[in-house]
Design a protein around this ligand. Structure first.
Ligand SMILES: Nc1nc2c(ncn2[C@@H]2O[C@H](COP(=O)(O)OP(=O)(O)OP(=O)(O)O)[C@@H](O)[C@H]2O)c(=O)[nH]1
Ligand SMILES: [Mg+2]
Length: 195
């Protein structure tokens, strides 16, 4: 699988826009500003295929990228305080509706900023994946922001917090240094190239 063969496919802002698909999908999920779009860019070795921003709430649609036979799906971030109640409802309906469609979702990569503990929203997402039996792993983003000792401590603490959800794979990641890219590539390959 060649991760450099990546192109923008489409954006969906409403459920009725979705077209049927049986192509394997890898979904990137996490709160606003956690680094989802940067993560995708790093995996496909492109500076700005997925739009990134210092302003949270940038990605408001579900964005599909076609990567050598599979889709990478960039979800809009959640948990951004300045969003209205109505927008939050719209978000839940869109994401919930998408995840509940009859599609070939192979894996969700749930992103958590290594410096922060998971929020209630993060835990809600994790519980949703468990309930819907969608395979997921956790990627700890922005690991470049911490020095080694602090970083190891945070990885240990966070892993402990996820123990109750079973044996979930936790991958430290940085879009700045490229740490974790090889590991995520092999996980995606092993999951998407089977069957
Ligand atoms: N130092 C560092 N900064 C990062 C990393 N990943 C993302 N950032 C920065 O974090 C900010 C948010 O990144 P995005 O990739 O736009 O985050 P997002 O999760 O897609 O945000 P929304 O689309 O709003 O949900 C940007 O300023 C990025 O440059 C990382 O690994 N290290
Ligand atoms: Mg984004």
């Amino acid at each position: 699988m060649n991760f450099n063969k990546a192109e923008f496919f489409t954006s969906y802002g409403r459920l009725d826009q979705f077209e049927e698909s049986s192509i394997p999908e890898v979904v990137f999920s996490g709160r606003s500003n956690v680094g989802k779009s940067s993560f995708i860019n790093k995996l496909v070795n492109r500076k700005s295929l997925a739009r990134t921003s210092g302003t949270p709430g940038k990605t408001a649609t579900i964005n599909f990228f076609y990567v050598d036979g599979i889709y990478f799906v960039d979800l809009p971030g959640y948990g951004y305080a300045k969003v209205s109640k109505q927008e939050k409802k719209k978000w839940s309906a869109l994401i919930g509706g998408y995840l509940d469609m009859d599609r070939d979702i192979r894996l969700v990569i749930q992103l958590i900023d290594i410096r922060h503990n998971p929020t209630q929203n993060d835990l809600d997402m994790i519980n949703f994946y468990i309930d819907f039996e969608i395979p997921f792993i956790i990627a700890l983003t922005k690991v470049d922001k911490l020095k080694k000792t602090k970083r190891e401590l945070r990885i240990k603490t966070l892993k402990e917090q996820f123990v109750e959800y079973g044996n979930i794979e936790v991958v430290p990641f940085s879009s700045e240094t490229g740490e974790g890219v090889d590991q995520i590539h092999s996980i995606i390959k092993s999951i998407c190239l089977s069957e």
